[in-house]
Design a protein around this ligand. Sequence first.
Ligand code: EPS
Length: 398
Amino acid sequence: MAELTYHTSGESHGPGLIALVQGLPADVPVDETFINHELRRRQGGYGRGGRQKIETDAIEVLSGVRLGRTIGSPVTMRIRNKDSRLDDTERTPPVHRPRPGHADLAGSVKWLTTDCRATLERASARETAARTAAGALARCLLRELEIEAFGFVRAIFDVESEVSINADSWRDALAARDASDVYCPDPEASEGMRAAIRLAKIDKDTVGGIVEAHVFGCPIGLGSSVDWRTKLDGRIAQAVMSIQAFKAVEIGLGRECARRRGSDVHDPIRFERDDADSPSLGFVRDSNNAGGLEGGMTNGSPLVVRGTMKPISTLLQGLPSVDLNTKEADRSEYERSDISAVSAASVVMENVVAFEVARAALEKFGGDSLIETQDNLRRFLATARLLPIEKPGGPALA
Ligand code: EPS
């Protein structure tokens, strides 16, 4: 079985975006309605700009699926851009005044041009539609392994919700999140977040925030401590940090760990025989400061990941910059954009984190078809419940 990977291609105003997912086992039911639902959520959220009124993002499956199920070959998904005008230089003109905070300056110098257009078209967060599709497809597999992901907005600008999410409460939180147009399950905080976006808009400014994703049902032992490339916390960090405009990633308690002693950080372990059938195999924690990851491996507690998104770098008021052709001081260029895309980013993060979990799950359980993957998972859990095990040919190491 090949490693689960994905690639994306496409420009913001080109004909469309592609997500190419390789390494899924055969027979995974592909829930296109769910994938499209995630794409629609990504397009939403209070504070989005005009583009989302033009687009109705949806996938067309071009390969890898027959009669609604994967067949083990690469899955290609296309999302068409309605606002396709890349070669129309009147409607999509060259950009010479880079936006501080955007890829404009670094990319233009890197590709030896004074036109930022080539860089910004690919650097645009429009690409996250393809990443969301890839993650949502991977979640079609995760569901079959009883693993679920949930993402929401924790903070926008200076308004932060104190809502606490756990394995028992998350489905209620999901309903509350879906009732909030900023994707925060806390109605009071949602009001404040909306106000922060409104005020930024009046001031021709933008705001960022913090998004959070939880993954429930992971068996113990996804990821690995033996090699830095297989550590799941490291992979999640890369997946999240690479989302456009993200500047920080935290797992569990994150930065707060630095201000506490060990006895106030590490989650004590108990054994509850009644929970032995759960993915945690009965090893229970009353706290989850580790965010479900210890030594780069899942530990049976839910994964908790937070990402910080900076304010969008396209400001209606512009920012001090330089014309790349004349080298004269000027304000940065304005392109249609969002005041806040934090809500959308919560959908992207939920899905890219889920993809990394699916990748680690397939590394551990493998299988060319879904039944094999499920069997391998079941057998692993059954064996782990037997610990201490007398290993064949060796001394009992109990
Ligand atoms: C986005 C599409 C873009 C931007 C935004 C995200 O559409 P357009 O540039 O045509 O208005 O709204 O992109 C950026 C934030 C960025 O920095 O480029 C989308 O579909 O998410």
